[in-house]
Design a protein around this ligand. Structure first.
Ligand code: ZN
Ligand code: ZN
Length: 67
């Protein structure tokens, strides 16, 4: 029998963190962090989710896509 190459309970821990930790805005061109539990950093990004845009204009500091 070969050793099982599975990571221990770390996976569970990660999942738990995902739900409470702020994540990057789901907008492809946005570099902002979205608040915990939210996919987008702002309504601007949420509004632009359906559009293909190369830059983000959410207005947040530090989010100035240089393409
Ligand atoms: Zn942005
Ligand atoms: Zn955003």
């Amino acid at each position: 029998m070969l050793g099982t190459s599975g990571a221990p309970e770390l996976n569970d821990l990660e999942e738990d963190l995902m739900s409470t930790t702020p994540t990057k805005c789901a907008h492809m061109a946005c570099n902002c962090m979205a608040p915990a539990g939210q996919k987008y950093c702002s309504t601007h990004c949420q509004d632009a989710k359906g559009m293909t845009t190369l830059s983000c204009h959410c207005g947040h500091q530090g989010c100035d896509a240089k393409a």
